[in-house]
Design a protein around this ligand. Sequence first.
Ligand SMILES: NC(=O)c1ccc[n+]([C@@H]2O[C@H](COP(=O)([O-])OP(=O)(O)OC[C@H]3O[C@@H](n4cnc5c(N)ncnc54)[C@H](O)[C@@H]3O)[C@@H](O)[C@H]2O)c1
Length: 292
Amino acid sequence: MADERTIQHVAVLGAGTMGNGIAQVCAMAGCEVSLFDAEPDAVERALNAIRANLDRGVERGKVRLETSDLAIRSLRKAPDLADAASRADLVIEAVPERMELKTEIFAELHRLAPAHAILATNTSSLSVTRIGQATGRPERVIGLHFFNPVHIMKLLELVRGRETSGETVDACLAFARRIGKEPIVVSDTPGFASSRLGVVLGLEAMRMVEQGVATPQDIDRAMELGYNHPMGPLRLTDLVGLDVRLGIAEYLHAQLGGEQYRPPELLRRMVAEGRLGKKSGQGFYDWTQEGR
Ligand SMILES: NC(=O)c1ccc[n+]([C@@H]2O[C@H](COP(=O)([O-])OP(=O)(O)OC[C@H]3O[C@@H](n4cnc5c(N)ncnc54)[C@H](O)[C@@H]3O)[C@@H](O)[C@H]2O)c1
């Protein structure tokens, strides 16, 4: 069984938004990291992004030069899945959010990774239990749900599948702390802890806009100044993307059934009109203006 002391080699699968951040934080903690992506240039792009990010951190005095050097030395590009998995004590999968893709990869991983290795998924919504059942080692399969941007966000949600063992959870709790994250343990339920609660606030804020309770700016200010949230729920929705939020709300409504998850008409209309938040320039805020 891989425990925190023996997690030396981490394989990260998928070098997109999340994979690149996950690889960076693991390498900064001194793990050897193999990064693999199905798209040939993606790993090189990710390694460049990590180097640039570390350089900025050093310049701003947030990252020590030795830590940056260690991270850069510890990262390598894996030519294929077998190479990435073969020496891993921990595999962290961060490929697109599609169940059939994840189960296919996990079945392969069970064949390719050492018997002691823990297989983790960064899924933000799919069932960790189902992913685990695609392997012959469901007790060593767990969700490690990181948040974007990974090098900044402190939270790591450990998602315990029905068959995940206590040893796997303990090893991942220790590992999370070692890479500078603050872990929580959540059972494998739709939306885990973070989305299930966070989405309700965002959807209710939209219903309040629909009903003319206050402007988006004032609703956000209520939460920022009255409840000490670092960012109001509508501004956060703009950053996440209204289409992404709509997808999560529809999923949670289908899975959990509560009226609080029913997507408001305003959200559907804005998505249909292409007002997706920051990425499209318009959402609850106008992101084309300087200084937003
Ligand atoms: N973006 C977020 O804010 C966020 C936050 C938490 C969790 N997640 C979850 O993380 C996972 C990845 O999301 P992302 O935003 O990084 O996606 P992304 O699209 O930025 O990156 C996915 C990468 O996986 C690669 N890929 C596709 N098929 C592959 C395969 N078979 N083997 C190896 N690599 C493959 C793609 O080429 C791409 O580079 C998803 O499950 C998502 O739900 C995302």
